[in-house]
Design a protein. Structure first.
Length: 176
């Protein structure tokens, strides 16, 4: 036991420096060093008797750090509750966003199919005008025109709940 302490204790400052350089956070680095030492002591019997203790400890520390970084990427960053502000602990209400989302979907349903298709392809699916024109089999100018009319009509529906063309009393005429 004293042999183990004699070999490990002088390496603790170097382990701390390395852990802080990896994690960039003092508390997390200290926890990492503690976990490393706990693992090394618990598995002391598994190390090679003629092996390099320093290399073994740094390998343990490095592997633990990589595992923590991977976990933090999937879980998000850890913040101590006393360090967290009110904005971190609370969320803005989402009810209005849900209502607005529903309004947009209902307004899209009110658009003519040709305008809705162009609006979805260009604004939602992020296709270029040329790509949307190819998908729909129409000229690029037609895509641009339908998109402009669709956006205007959608804006009118969302602003006051009525179709902008009906509000203006405008009707489309067929020109021969």
């Amino acid at each position: 036991m004293s042999d183990m302490l004699h070999l490990i204790e002088p390496l603790i400052p170097a382990l701390r420096r390395y852990a802080r350089a990896l994690l960039r956070e003092r508390a997390a680095a200290d926890d990492l060093v503690q976990d490393c030492l706990e693992r090394a002591i618990g598995r002391w019997h598994l190390r090679r008797a003629d092996g390099n203790v320093q290399g073994w400890l740094f390998a343990i520390l490095h592997n633990l750090a990589i595992n923590r970084l991977r976990q933090s990427q999937s879980r998000g960053r850890h913040i101590a509750i006393e360090d967290a502000g009110e904005a971190v602990l609370s969320q803005p209400p989402a009810q209005e966003d849900g209502l607005h989302h529903g309004d947009v979907l209902r307004a899209l349903d009110l658009l003519p199919e040709d305008q809705r298709s162009v609006l979805l392809l260009v604004s939602v699916e992020d296709l270029s005008y040329a790509e949307a024109a190819a998908v729909l089999g129409v000229p690029v100018g037609t895509v641009m025109s339908r998109l402009a009319r669709g956006r205007e009509r959608l804006r009118g529906i969302l602003e006051d709940g009525t179709d902008i063309a009906a509000r203006r009393g405008a009707h489309l005429r067929r020109v021969k």
